[in-house]
Write a protein that binds this ligand. Structure first.
Ligand SMILES: Cc1ncc(COP(=O)(O)O)c(C=O)c1O
Length: 363
């Protein structure tokens, strides 16, 4: 092409998002398709969100609050931090990009597991940094490998807990060991997009700890357990010196008013959150049991999705499932040719997914 594209950007593979339901239904001429491919909340969101959003519509001629005051106040209270420890983003994707842009100079490194949530690599490369990828060990984060990959050029280390796409979690003891091995000048980004679904007490939850280590940046999202993926809102909790940098470089109005209001209402509705978590665990247990009964190998998960070995090409299986109106994720692009990632849906959706899978896999 005529314009010279940045060398770093040239190496970026586009993010492969799960197909929206409307697209699948149009393409395959089907109705009532079920989407279990993007780890979304199948139960919708709190009814309080709708009310709050409707009530705020009359103010849409005004710019949003640059810092969502009430939301920050509630988050600060919930996690026993100060408001200046918080950064609110247009999804946690936004904060991942801000971290890369705020802390990487060209050629500096960000260490991350391989495979990882693709936005780490995309953001690092967009910021002209170098992603250093450390393969998983037995489907879990290779913490020792991440430590060994750190060089004087490393500025960021990403971990995801629980891990996407395997669902494996890092325990508190493992994390404390890991953090102890890393130098003082490296930010440790702990992406806890799915932490609300974790079931074991041993799983590390960074926000249960006092915010004493300035290297630790926790990322959380309203897209999953709170069911607000379409609003786009997530947040980071971090040392105020780090938050100050991110707040300096973000767009002044990065989070729209409706998302701010929705998140505030969602945070208050603990009842909906509890129901989501219970429904998700029920779904995971059902899918785990039914998949195992069919002879598929399911990895243990602490998230709202599971990874399953279907023992044949998962792209083919996905395509066949699509024709039956079930959208799940093939992990072939992650290098796991025979694996699917399926998130827990409603009871009906889970049943439909299993019925379709049994019929397309000739079981
Ligand atoms: C590990 C991980 N981090 C972050 C995100 C992004 O979340 P958000 O919708 O808040 O941008 C996702 C979304 O799927 C994810 O899987």
């Amino acid at each position: 092409m005529l314009f010279s594209v940045s060398e770093s950007v040239k190496t970026i593979k586009p993010y492969e998002a799960g197909k929206p339901l409307s697209e699948v239904e149009r393409e395959y001429g089907i109705t009532n398709a079920v989407k279990l491919a993007s780890n979304e909340n199948p139960f919708g969101c709190s009814p309080k969100v709708g009310q709050a959003v409707l009530a705020s519509l009359s103010g849409m001629n005004r710019y949003p609050e640059p810092v969502p005051f009430t939301l920050c106040q509630k988050l600060a209270e919930k996690y026993h931090v100060r408001m200046d420890n918080l950064v609110i983003g247009n999804g946690s994707d936004d904060i991942i990009a801000l971290l890369a842009h705020g802390f990487l100079d060209p050629g500096q490194e960000a260490v991350m597991p391989l495979p990882s949530f693709l936005m780490y690599e995309i953001s690092v490369k967009t910021a002209k940094g170098v992603p250093v990828m450390v393969p998983l060990k037995d489907f879990t984060t290779n913490l020792d490998g991440l430590v060994k990959a750190v060089t004087p050029k490393t500025k960021l280390v990403f971990v995801t807990n629980p891990f996407n796409p395997t669902g494996a979690a890092i325990t508190r003891d493992e994390f404390l060991w890991f953090a102890d091995q890393l130098p003082d000048n490296v930010l440790i980004v702990v992406d806890e997009a799915y932490i609300e679904f974790s079931r074991h007490d041993s799983v590390y939850q960074s926000l249960d700890e006092p915010l004493t280590d300035p290297r630790i940046v926790t990322l959380r999202t309203f897209s999953k357990a709170y069911g607000l993926a379409g609003f786009r809102i997530g947040y980071g909790v971090m040392d105020k010196s780090v938050a100050e940098i991110l707040n300096r470089i973000r767009q002044p109005f990065n989070v729209n008013t409706l998302a701010q209001v929705a998140a505030q209402a969602a945070l208050e509705d603990t009842d909906f959150l509890e129901k989501t978590i219970a429904g998700t665990h029920r779904g995971i247990d059902f899918l785990t049991l039914k998949l195992a009964e069919q002879g598929f190998e399911v990895l243990p998960t602490q998230a709202n999705f599971l990874m399953v070995d279907v023992k044949t090409n998962s792209r083919d299986i996905c395509e066949k499932l699509l024709r039956k109106g079930v959208v799940v994720r093939s992990l072939a692009s992650y290098g796991y040719d025979n694996f699917l990632r399926i998130n827990a849906g409603t009871d009906l959706e889970n049943q439909k997914c299993m019925d379709a899978l049994i019929s397309v896999s000739g079981k």
